[in-house]
Design a protein around this ligand. Sequence first.
Ligand code: HEM
Length: 489
Amino acid sequence: MSALALIAFALWALFMLYLPHIVEFLRIRRFASTIPGPSIGELIENAKKGQILAWLNSLYKKHGTVFRIWFGKDLTVFFSDPEDVKQILSNNKLLKKSKSYELIEVWLGKGLLTSSNEAWQRHRKLLTPAFHFRILGEFKEPMEDNCQILISKLREKANGEQFDIYPYITLFALDAILETAMGLKKNAQMQSESEYVKAVQTICRVLYKRLFSFWHRFDLIYRFTDAYKERIEALKVLHGETNRMIKLRRQMLQDTNIHNMADAEKSDEVGGKRRLAFLDMLLISQLEGGGLTDLEIREEVDTFLFGGHDTTSSAMGFCIYLLSQHEDIQQRAYEEAVAMQGREKETMRYLEAVIKETLRIYPSVPSYSRKTQEDLQIGNITVPKGVAISVLAYMVHRDENNYPEPEKFNPDRFLDNDKELHPFAFVAFSAGPRNCIGQKFAMLELKLALSSLLRSYELLPVKGFVPNHLAELVMKSGNGIQIRMRPRK
Ligand code: HEM
């Protein structure tokens, strides 16, 4: 065979290899032309401005509840109608996450948040008991200890002067998740300079930055950036620490003769405490023979850490801001917090409504996406295979049919007409099979922290302050959470 024929054959083989992708892409392009949406130029311009949520809001107003955006060659269709959201989130065939989740795999690997198919199903089944409310109750005490540290750290700020409370909250949330996920008392609140705490903050920052950067998305370019170097250093610390903890907790189980759950239930001591961290539960199920590999365990522990600290700090920060702005609502929440002291695990009707209303206006995860693995009918649209579908919780929560005056902070919505709401009108924790596994954990932590804060301090508004909410992977306020505080008498 001549060289030319060889080249022609190679080209043909390559073409045949890519043919299905080319056909799929052409179908997607044809479909995209039937859905309204902005140009790529508009995307770049708005990403540069950093006001993605305001832009998505304007697209919703212009195009309605369904619109599309091209992210490079990847198409995402955004949905905000509760009826469409119901079809998306309850569909058992739509469980695969979209491509943007691959960016966080360097840290989380194929943990629960990023994995799909059988691996996800197996892990979810294995992890669900660890989030059972009875087990979570065991964490009330360490969470309360961390709340006390938060209250005392804030004492120096409770002088009526303006300050940013957000850094205090993040360290509190990090301590709460480190202690419960890994059994690790890190005292981030006391040692904010620790190498580990800094690595968590660095990795969150560089991963978010990459998600919304056009250039950093190209691997070849990214490898030459400072962010890449920072990422490598942070991952070394993070993975090193999780591996160290796996070794340490395994040794503790061995030393206390715990080989299965029955032994653990009988034992009083796991590392000096009766409580089992999520990590212990995973290690015990490994000992019982049906568990995960060491790598899978590390990925899950890192996933809890990521999923569990930024989301709750965001919710807590926005809730404090809203309470500081609404004296009457704060007073009602305060009275309930006083009446329920020590019983926060029980229903706290008003504070729960306050938290839900906060998450309605400021959903910690403003949108989340799946990828279609086959053509899919949603409402009157047939979405072709290979398209990312995004639930835009931020706009679902601003649907005027369910929420008249949607920008108004009114927790009574969740007391008065909760039953009249569309079941998919509130999706801050997502819904269906891939909903947030940690939502009960999050509610317990938020209730404990907010009620002890309310009992200790009066939250006062800062004149003219409005949070600049940014759509990072987790919604944040770009200008912090500025408040003033006074001790309660
Ligand atoms: C206010 C607090 C929280 C909010 C608003 C929240 C929200 C969400 C949302 C919207 C999802 C779905 C994401 C997606 O489909 O891509 C999710 C998934 C998840 N969350 Fe949360 N979350 C919170 C707290 C937590 C906590 C405290 C933990 C862990 C202790 C946690 C662990 C997870 C995990 C592991 C998943 C993936 C579940 C799966 O795919 O099976 N979250 N969360």
